[in-house]
Ligand binder design. Sequence first.
Ligand SMILES: Nc1ncnc2c1ncn2[C@@H]1O[C@H](COP(=O)(O)OP(=O)(O)O)[C@@H](O)[C@H]1O
Ligand SMILES: [Mg+2]
Length: 134
Amino acid sequence: MSDGGERIEVGTDQDVVRVRQLVRTVAVSVKLSLVDQTKLVTAASELARNTLVYGGGGAVEVSRVDNGRRQGIRIVFSDQGPGIADLDLALTDGYTTGGGLGLGLSGARRLVDEFDIDTAVGRGTTITVTKWCR
Ligand SMILES: Nc1ncnc2c1ncn2[C@@H]1O[C@H](COP(=O)(O)OP(=O)(O)O)[C@@H](O)[C@H]1O
Ligand SMILES: [Mg+2]
């Protein structure tokens, strides 16, 4: 089950800041622990920045989810940018095509409970992450 969610269009650095703030607010509202709030905000920040920098902008949607046992947060990052040709490579620690640290995707994956990437070259990228309350 999921609520309607809230959507932020990501086209500037300021939008990435708004994503961080929204994720923090929703994380508090579902009573994620302080440590898990910080992990999720960190992951969301990295993924939203990728949406902006590599995806050429896009959207982030944050919703509360409930699987009958637990509450959690799901965040979907989507862009219609170039896509990722080699996902395994992109998920390797230290791999970057943009002169970054190359730890955004791989780090984000470790910081959440569920991590899914749907990408196609020339079409774009959609990344869905979920963190559950424990
Ligand atoms: N939304 C995206 N669209 C296209 N390529 C992406 C996207 N997100 C990540 N990538 C690719 O994956 C690489 C690794 O991303 P990441 O781990 O965040 O490292 P960094 O941002 O430091 O480059 C990027 O350099 C880029 O080539
Ligand atoms: Mg990155």
